[in-house]
Design a protein around this ligand. Structure first.
Ligand code: FES
Length: 99
């Protein structure tokens, strides 16, 4: 089991290698979505970019095409941004949500 620490929530959850950060957060009862996007999100399909997170530490799979398309403008200011529904857990991580 791997661990993910969420800085805003000040909580650590366990995650299985290979699952997405979104899946791990839902299991750990941590909301990665801001405001109305808790209800209105694409359910992990990579279309809404409401699950944007900042990777503070931990190695991940490289950004995929969906992330590069969805985060183009935001990536200029914050290059560590990722979509929680697209990042596979492969290491212990520290994550900032609602960015
Ligand atoms: S949940 Fe919509 S892009 Fe991740």
């Amino acid at each position: 089991m791997l661990e993910i620490y969420f800085t805003k929530q000040k909580r650590t959850i366990e995650a299985k290698e290979g699952e997405t950060i979104r899946e791990a957060a839902i299991k750990g009862k941590i909301s990665i979505y801001p405001h109305v996007f808790k209800i209105l999100n694409c359910r992990g399909r990579g279309h809404c970019h409401s699950c944007a997170i900042e990777i503070v530490s931990g190695t991940t799979n490289p950004k995929n095409e969906i992330e590069n398309q969805q985060l183009t403008k935001k990536l200029i200011k914050k290059p560590n941004l990722r979509l929680a529904c697209q990042v596979r857990v492969s290491d212990n991580m520290v994550i900032k949500t609602h960015v």
